[in-house]
Design a protein. Structure first.
Length: 286
């Protein structure tokens, strides 16, 4: 047993330690972009009108949780439509982008992933708005949002970009290290074939399972999905499905800020249906 542990520790350190400087660099860039533009993007989204899902899909690709949190608050305040919120949640990738950027060979996977999620977000968001209008449930009441509270939950704005980036880097690196460690142990103990069967590798139902997994409202979810994708355990369709339902803390904020339970369940239903349909279609076409 100690041999397995020693082997797993050595491999985990070698697999992850080189990621640290790239992960910090990615977070420095993302923190700068988010703190410079999050208020402006939220304002644009609130004025996007009938094209809200398109704007939400494009603006939602900016990594980090801030914009999905903003969209959840705007939706609870009846400022954006259901389709716009769905589009933002689908296109948001939480921690997936910095993890990809920090991994050797992962940068080339960023644009295909973002492109697929934006397309899914638009294709899902527009019909959702049409359906909601037919059901007379569109949100139209204008309310002036307080954009300064968009990312207040993380405290980043009070401590500067570098400290926020360093905190995110260490937090996500810890998740990556722990996941890689246990993944290496499982690989040594059970073998690649057993793990592949457990994760439904090559199974058309994998996207449906990963879409359910994506609902877990924690940044560790997107980290795990991305790492599994990088190791080849998840297909492209499955990681798209999982990250399409994984809106980070945005979903938690929605459940807290919007007290209409039926509305929240509809949003989750739209997310799951779009994620499974997109992931399964990608699987079948691939």
């Amino acid at each position: 047993m100690w041999e397995y542990l020693e082997h797993a520790v050595v491999h985990t350190i070698s697999d992850t330690i080189t990621m640290l400087p790239f992960l910090l660099g990615a977070y420095l860039l993302l923190e700068y972009l988010e703190h410079r533009s999050s208020d402006r993007m939220a304002g644009l989204l609130s004025r996007s009108g009938g094209w809200g899902p398109v704007g939400g899909a494009l603006l939602g690709v900016v990594p980090q949780c801030g914009f999905s949190v903003a969209a959840a608050n705007l939706y609870a305040g009846k400022i954006i439509t259901t389709g716009t919120l769905v589009a933002v949640f689908i296109s948001t990738s939480d921690e997936a982008i910095p993890v990809l950027l920090s991994n050797p060979g992962g940068a080339g996977k960023v644009l295909p992933l973002l492109g697929a999620k934006v397309l899914v977000a638009v294709v899902a968001g527009l019909p959702v708005d049409l359906l909601e209008r037919r059901l007379h449930r569109a949100q139209t009441q204008p309310i002036q949002p307080d954009f300064q509270q968009v990312c207040g939950h993380c405290g980043c704005s009070q401590h500067g970009i570098f400290r926020a980036a360093l905190r995110h880097t260490l937090h996500i690196f810890a998740f990556i290290f722990i996941f890689t460690f246990f993944f290496n142990i499982a690989l040594d103990l059970f073998g690649q074939a057993a793990l592949s069967r457990l994760l439904l590798v090559g199974n058309v139902f994998q996207p449906a399972v990963m879409a359910l997994f994506g609902f877990i409202p924690n940044c560790a979810t997107s980290v795990l999905l991305t790492r599994l994708y990088l190791t080849g355990s998840l297909s492209f369709g499955s990681v798209v499905a999982g990250l399409s339902t994984g809106a980070g803390v945005g979903l938690m904020v929605l459940l807290r800020a919007n007290r209409n339970i039926k509305q929240n369940l509809r949003v989750m239903g739209y997310l799951y249906a779009a994620a499974v349909a997109a992931g399964t279609l990608i699987e079948l076409l691939g």
